[in-house]
Design a protein around this ligand. Structure first.
Ligand code: ZN
Length: 74
């Protein structure tokens, strides 16, 4: 799917944790193959050290966690 906007990449409601299926708030892009992994806040904490050690690029949007309780469905 081509990227059609110039906005910085952000996670959406459709992005789900690869581990548990909860809404993802962190994306880790691994160096080399560019593989992206999605994590909820809980699972990112569980894997954060390993991801950083692997040199992954971390997109951390956990500051948006509070939005899911106050944002109405579009
Ligand atoms: Zn999870």
């Amino acid at each position: 799917m081509p990227v059609a906007t110039s906005q910085p990449a952000t996670l959406t409601r459709q992005d789900r944790c690869d581990r548990c299926g909860a809404q993802a708030f962190v994306r880790a892009t691994l160096p080399g193959d560019g593989l992206s992994l999605l994590f909820c806040g809980h699972h990112f904490r569980a894997h954060e050290l390993a991801l950083v050690a692997a040199g992954a690029e971390i997109l951390d949007e956990r500051h948006r966690l509070h939005e899911q309780v106050s944002t109405p469905e579009a």
